[in-house]
Design a binder for this molecule. Structure first.
Ligand SMILES: Cc1cc2nc3c(=O)[nH]c(=O)nc-3n(C[C@H](O)[C@H](O)[C@H](O)COP(=O)(O)OP(=O)(O)OC[C@H]3O[C@@H](n4cnc5c(N)ncnc54)[C@H](O)[C@@H]3O)c2cc1C
Length: 437
């Protein structure tokens, strides 16, 4: 049972029962369980959206079959437990994922339930933008086919619906044309946030993928420095060489997470890029999934686990990034990793989707008890003053009041919830209403 944790390993939660699923034709009737149910994909959510304390977890990883792949159009239909890694192994060299998060160990069901985003948000929007249809299994309605035309409200509620509208059995989505597994990428050092925003604006048109690593452990005039990474698919062959693409810190399994060690790692990473800008052609796994190279790196944080805080604020309020960095610098918390990106204006189809136009920053902190929670709470105050929103897939601690401020649509979502489905996250953020209206 203990292996059914979330990626941050905080909070700990104990399901009463785990049911491994193997066949979509033999899913047990949800009404037979005396406890609430929830589907568990690969547990790559950082907080508690994939947890169900005292309830039933339906493990979807056995639902890993491809159903149909049109190699001419790139339309793929598969069971919901298929991972992004399996899709890429099937579809390359001709087709690539339309959108991918920073790990390939995510299921299609999980990608839809959290409506995940990636480095190409400014071009492609979120994963849900590319979903054509899926079949949902509900305790009250049985199997329901959903698409933008049929049962469209349930379709929209399920994309980014945090797994609460029923179980996605299979999904069909559109892949994008690719020219092989290589990415032509460029890395550019920047010394201040203004330069990041200039680079981002200048890159949006010609680069499909953009993101930046920020040195969050530095202080004073170095605050806001980082490395901007941009890239495009390449039809040329391999030319993988040096360069600091893999993110810092996680190369050292014995790493002691403290402010001095993180500062030292960040210094080394930032300075490993000698020139202001370098170009390289790298394999897609190195470009998109640097953290996947270290298996179970989340365990480096020890028993207490870690938190990720990811927010998005409207572009005009981008000075919030500096305000948050300053709060970190003034605190005693250690920010081990921080990733910055400007989202584009492609709308997400999901009712409760997180991605929206603006600036997004993701920050990792070892969990040190109340002081870590207090810092996140201070971030929440900044978000509320600036129209910011926090990503539920990464969250383990926001208050009900914060969630309901960020996502006023939660009430509308409540109308679409499966009466048998609940999660630790939902019980936390809607404590008085429960998940049913
Ligand atoms: C290293 C790393 C990098 C990441 N980078 C990004 C990123 O760049 N962008 C981003 O958006 N996210 C990112 N994430 C978060 C991750 O992509 C999401 O949390 C994703 O939803 C996890 O998918 P999963 O299959 O592990 O699902 P789980 O975490 O197991 O579950 C997530 C939710 O999906 C629901 N669910 C799963 N399967 C089904 C189904 N068949 N039917 C209905 N509901 C279902 C669950 O009930 C739960 O609510 C990252 C995570 C890690 C560990």
């Amino acid at each position: 049972m203990n292996s059914y944790t979330s990626w941050g390993r905080y909070p700990r939660s104990h399901p009463a029962e785990v049911v491994p699923l193997s066949w979509i034709s033999r899913i047990p009737d949800f009404n037979q369980f005396s406890h609430p149910v929830l589907v568990y994909g690969k547990g790559r959510s950082y907080g508690d959206t994939c947890l169900n304390d005292g309830g039933v977890l339906l493990d979807s990883s056995g639902l890993d079959r491809f159903i149909q792949f049109d190699t001419h159009t790139g339309v793929l239909r598969c069971e919901s437990g298929v991972t992004l890694q399996s899709v890429l192994r099937l579809s390359l060299p001709d087709w690539f994922l339309p959108v991918t998060p920073g790990t390939q160990f995510v299921t299609i069901g999980g990608a839809i339930a959290n409506d995940v985003h990636g480095k190409n948000h400014h071009r492609a929007g979120s994963f849900g933008c590319h979903v054509r249809s899926f079949e949902l299994l509900r305790s009250d309605k049985g199997r329901v086919f959903c698409s933008p035309e049929e049962n469209k409200d349930l379709f929209a509620a399920t994309i980014g619906g945090l797994g609460l509208t029923g179980m996605i059995l299979w999904a069909e989505f559109q892949l994008k044309r690719a020219s092989g597994p290589w990415i032509e990428c460029e890395q550019i050092r920047f010394e201040k946030l203004d330069t990041f925003f200039e680079l981002s604006a200048a890159s949006d048109e010609n680069y499909e993928y953009t993101v930046a690593w920020l040195d969050c452990a530095s202080a004073g005039h170095k605050l806001g420095r980082g490395i901007f990474i941009r890239g495009n698919h390449s039809s040329a062959g391999p030319q993988d060489s040096h360069g600091p693409l893999p993110l810092p810190g996680f190369e050292a399994p014995e790493m002691l997470i403290s402010r001095p060690t993180v500062r030292a790692f960040n210094w080394a990473y930032f300075n490993s890029q000698f020139r202001e800008s370098t170009r390289n052609r790298v394999h897609y796994e190195k470009f998109f999934y640097p953290l996947d190279r270290v298996a179970e790196w989340n365990r480096l944080y020890g028993q207490r686990g870690f938190l990720q805080y990811q927010f998005v604020v409207p572009y005009q309020n981008r000075e919030v990034v500096a305000e948050v960095l300053d709060l970190i610098a003034r605190s005693r918390e250690v920010c081990t990793l921080s990733v910055l990106k400007v989202f584009g204006s492609v709308s997400s189809p999901g009712l409760l989707s997180f991605p929206r136009p603006g600036v997004t920053l993701a920050l990792d902190f070892p969990y040190q008890g109340q002081p870590t929670l207090d810092l996140c709470e201070r971030f929440d105050q900044v978000m509320k003053r600036n129209g910011g929103v926090v990503y539920p897939a990464k969250d383990a601690r926001m208050s009900a009041e914060s969630f309901q401020t960020y996502f006023p649509q939660w009430k509308e979502l409540s109308n679409f919830l499966d009466p048998r489905f609940e999660s630790d996250f939902w019980r936390r953020v809607t404590p008085t209403n429960g998940n049913r209206q």
